[in-house]
Design a protein around this ligand. Structure first.
Ligand SMILES: O=C(O)C(=O)C[C@H](O)[C@H](O)COP(=O)(O)O
Length: 219
């Protein structure tokens, strides 16, 4: 007979450390919505070949969960997170699929509290000082700024660094090779997210090249 061993969820400090580690590894986090099941592996391989190994797979398409499962099984060297996680039920389903981190476009009390008990870290989305303060009260110190360009871009991040000196962000939404360096130059930016490198209309090598070109801008 086997006994399930229940481990307490990692502390918030441990989760912050793991978010810091994965953002440091990522620098650029592709936000991926899988349109066709057969794209999962070639897309991940093209990103990987271009140097991007921390992938956010959104639940915006029906293939999101199976893509997370498949990549965890077949590409174990990649770091695979779940995006567009909107509520407790979605959080539980991505945990079960093997996601290594969770990203949400915004914050609700339900999601923020559910993630406190989760074994994997949540990077909650925020677009204002008030939303940061709601997460802050629960211990969160790392956030996705979304939609970054619309909610003030680098000027907003500079302003937020005043009252929130211990907070760091992953700006996403409107980030591109044109503005990425300005984001990454800010001390309170730990990585950027985006979908600009995912255009495969000219084949998978275009994805690899766009990924490598973007990373080269940061060197
Ligand atoms: O689906 C979600 O949960 C999101 O938060 C949206 C994504 O982060 C953006 O779609 C990426 O932004 P773009 O690079 O401007 O495309």
């Amino acid at each position: 007979m086997t006994h399930a061993i229940s481990r307490p969820a990692p502390t918030m400090a441990e989760k912050i450390a793991s978010i810091d580690a994965l953002c440091e590894r990522a620098r650029i986090m592709p936000v991926i919505t899988i349109a066709r099941e057969e794209d999962i592996l070639p897309l991940a391989d093209a990103l990987d070949a271009g140097g991007l190994q921390v992938l956010e797979i959104t639940l915006r398409s029906v293939h999101g969960l199976s893509a997370i499962r498949r990549l965890r099984e077949e590409r174990p060297h990649l770091c695979v997170g779940a995006g567009t996680v909107l509520d407790r039920r979605m959080l539980e389903s991505v945990e079960e699929a093997g996601a290594q981190f969770i990203v949400s476009p915004g914050s609700t009390d339900e999601l923020l509290r559910a993630a406190l008990d989760s074994p994997i870290p949540l990077l909650p989305g925020v677009a204002s000082a008030s939303e940061i303060m709601v997460g802050y009260a629960l211990g969160y110190r790392r956030f996705k700024l979304f939609p970054a360009e619309v909610c003030g871009g680098t000027a907003a991040l500079k302003a937020l660094s005043g009252p929130f000196g211990d907070i760091r962000f992953c700006p996403t939404g409107g980030v591109s090779p044109d503005n990425m360096q300005r984001y990454m130059a800010l001390p309170n930016v730990m990585c950027v997210g985006g979908s600009w490198m995912l255009d495969s209309s000219a084949g998978w090598d275009k994805v690899r090249q766009a990924s490598a070109d973007a990373l080269a801008l940061l060197n």
